[in-house]
Design a binder for this molecule. Structure first.
Ligand SMILES: NC(=O)c1ccc[n+]([C@@H]2O[C@H](COP(=O)([O-])OP(=O)(O)OC[C@H]3O[C@@H](n4cnc5c(N)ncnc54)[C@H](OP(=O)(O)O)[C@@H]3O)[C@@H](O)[C@H]2O)c1
Length: 394
């Protein structure tokens, strides 16, 4: 019998992280959780540790590490508890780790995802912000160190599955006309512009089809999530912005498509359940059981499609603009958006002011390309400071 493959689940306590553990639990012969990380939900991390018995746990600071280590010892669990951002990079690079699930939310997930790339791991990439902030650097690091990258975002997993299996990053050579990213449209798809003035964080997080963390839920409601995905698709599949189209498809059954030169469209369909793209990334080219209900075509009803409304949801346009502007524009877009979304979730900013803060950051912060990770991180910090000032002024 072959040894189970070791997985580090970074962001284990989150929505993608928990779904990953669910898939791992279905295949104890194939996969073993070597390391798990959490940030604020330490009770959940404790429960996960008791169940999965990983070698390592990572928490944000020394005090929570000591507390968790004490509780684990009392429960008879011998996991070693590490702390801090460096520890995330450390576990992502362990020799016993074959694959890294990068499921930390936001730019905070970038350094550990990059560490996994430097260590030549199989990277299961949920953290789209890594590619938005540092697309060129990230892709170069993956190539240079022989890492492999498997998208976990359901749209990018769909595109990956709809591309030729030998796709080598040249859309023209593969006869690709365009990549079509589907978007559910989020909870406010049918709302009037005026009614968006009053929406609350709970309204924004009440997604019609997907259960997700609060940050990505707000991004889905503003269509910034689709904008980040456009940038992610550009880097993953070497597609120019003019060959990426967004189509609103409220049922979230078609997860994305590739249109070819001869008129064919290849699509991937499935129930809206993240365990499908997670299992696909873990096992590809094999297909494993993921606990996902089969699509029942007889009860699906109609599938519908519409164009996104960039007047009511300007974040998608801002993301396309940032991708076309190049340089550090996507990093500035992302940083300002993280600040604005966090302020909205805290009740300090209206939903409709999110694009305003992002647009002002793109107009004011230097967008010239940084040449290193340190440069990008300082640009990220500069954009955050600027966005915080804008939030305070709103
Ligand atoms: N959810 C989805 O269906 C979905 C689909 C496609 C892509 N994604 C992408 O996957 C990533 C995770 O999304 P999610 O919905 O799973 O988010 P989530 O539920 O909010 O989980 C985020 C995870 O990151 C941890 N975390 C947060 N801030 C951190 C920090 N500063 N340092 C270290 N860890 C930190 C959280 O820890 P605590 O919970 O312990 O605080 C949690 O484990 C995002 O980039 C998102 O865009 C998600």
């Amino acid at each position: 019998m072959t040894k189970p493959q070791g997985i580090a689940v970074l962001g284990a306590t989150g929505s993608v992280g928990s779904n990953t553990l669910d898939v791992i639990a279905r295949h104890p012969d194939r996969y073993r959780a070597v390391a798990l990380s959490g940030n604020r939900q330490l009770e959940r991390l404790f429960e996960q540790a008791c169940r999965f018995r990983p070698d390592y746990l990572v928490v944000p600071d020394a005090a929570s590490a000591a507390d968790l280590a004490f509780r684990l010892r009392s429960a008879g669990v011998s996991s070693q508890v590490l702390h801090g951002a460096q520890a995330l990079e450390q576990v992502a690079s362990l020799p016993e780790v074959d694959m890294v699930m990068a499921a930390i939310v936001g730019a905070a997930g970038l350094p550990s995802a990059l560490a996994a790339a430097r260590a030549g791991k199989r990277i299961l990439l949920a953290n789209k912000e890594s590619l938005v902030v540092a697309g060129r650097l990230f892709m170069e690091t993956v190539r240079r160190h022989g890492a492999s990258l498997y998208p976990v975002d359901s749209e990018h997993s769909a595109i990956f599955q709809s591309l030729p299996h030998d796709y080598a990053g040249n859309p023209d050579a593969s006869g690709i006309r365009k990549i079509i990213l589907t978007a559910s449209g989020g909870p406010f798809r049918a709302r009037s512009a005026d009614s968006l003035l009053q929406v609350t964080p709970d309204d924004a997080c009440n997604h019609p089809n997907w259960v997700m963390g609060r940050k990505i839920s707000v991004d889905s409601a503003s269509l910034m999530n689709k904008g980040l995905e456009v940038i992610e698709a550009h880097w993953l599949f070497s597609t120019p912005p003019e060959s990426i189209e967004v189509v609103v498809h409220p049922q979230s059954v078609i997860h994305s498509m590739v249109q070819y030169r001869d008129g064919s469209v290849m699509a991937q369909l499935g129930s809206p359940d993240m365990r499908t793209p997670i299992a696909c990334a873990m096992a590809w080219p094999e297909r494993i059981e993921a606990g996902v209900a089969s699509l029942d075509f007889f009860s699906l009803g109609a599938l519908s499609f519409e164009a996104p409304d960039l007047e009511r949801f300007p974040c998608l346009r801002l993301a396309f603009d940032a991708l076309r502007a190049g340089g550090d524009a996507p990093a500035v877009l992302n940083a300002a958006n993280e600040v604005a979304v966090s302020a909205f979730l805290d009740g300090r900013l209206r939903f409709v002011d999110i694009p305003r803060v992002v647009g002002e950051a793109l107009a004011a912060v230097d967008l010239r390309a940084s040449q290193s990770l340190d440069g990008l991180l300082s640009r990220d910090a500069e954009a955050r400071r600027f966005a915080e000032q804008q939030v305070a002024a709103c």
